[in-house]
Write a protein that binds this ligand. Structure first.
Ligand SMILES: C[S@@+](CC[C@H](N)C(=O)[O-])C[C@H]1O[C@@H](n2cnc3c(N)ncnc32)[C@H](O)[C@@H]1O
Length: 202
């Protein structure tokens, strides 16, 4: 059997790839990010097979190695972009015919696409920050159906407590609900509903 290839889009310094390398020592792992300094750390602490860095912009379809990967993951990335359809189209184009994509993000279980912009209250002017859009589950499913992909949704339930971060107050933390489950909110006072989409060609 030929080696399985996995691409992680928006891999940052590679923490997820580090986990994958320990779990799958023989897999061909590639990390893609738009910031070169982050990719320089991809192989920090990796003893086995090296992780391949790929400097690329997921909003720009040119230079993307289309039809290449067995598995593509994209976590915490789609929520950054207002033009999410183009990002999803480009991410899916990286899959080979039998490939599967896993996309984890905050999504809206209600039928509204929510586009969030914010700034710290002690800052006047400047560029508003992004990163917390909540596209509706319905919209992602509809996009996949219309482009001949099949999307399954897997709800993500957190089972650890995360305290409020005093140094980075926008960061998410958990609140225990009466039923024992945890709710995740952030400094924008938005409830974060996380889901994993598993998407493949029809
Ligand atoms: C919120 S972080 C998520 C990091 C990691 N995937 C996680 O789940 O913790 C978003 C990552 O996407 C990268 N990114 C932002 N815009 C990008 C783009 N246009 N193309 C590729 N990566 C991008 C950022 O540099 C950053 O590493």
């Amino acid at each position: 059997m030929s080696e399985i290839s996995w691409l992680d889009i928006g891999c940052e310094t590679g923490s997820f790839l580090y986990y994958l390398r320990n779990k799958y020592p023989d897999m061909k792992l590639t990390g893609m990010d738009v910031i070169p300094e982050l990719l320089e750390h991809l192989n920090d602490g990796i003893d086995g097979k090296k992780i391949i860095p790929f400097l690329g912009d997921i909003t720009n379809e040119q230079k993307l190695p289309k039809g290449t990967f067995d598995i593509v993951s994209m976590t915490g990335v789609i929520q950054i972009f207002d033009e999410w359809e183009g990002v999803l189209r480009n991410a899916l184009s990286l899959l080979n015919d039998k490939g599967v994509m896993y996309m984890l993000s905050v999504f809206n279980p209600e039928p509204y696409d929510v586009f969030v912009k914010y700034k710290p209250s002690n800052q006047s002017g400047g560029v508003l920050e992004a990163g917390w859009n909540m596209i509706s589950l319905d919209s992602i499913k509809r996009y996949c159906e219309e482009t001949d992909f099949v999307a399954e949704v897997i709800p993500f339930e957190i089972n650890i407590d995360i305290p409020k971060n005093k140094d980075d107050t926008v960061r998410s933390w958990t609140i225990k609900k009466d039923d024992g489950k945890r709710m995740i909110i952030n400094g924008l006072q938005l409830v974060n509903n996380h889901y994993i989409f598993r998407i493949r060609r029809r």
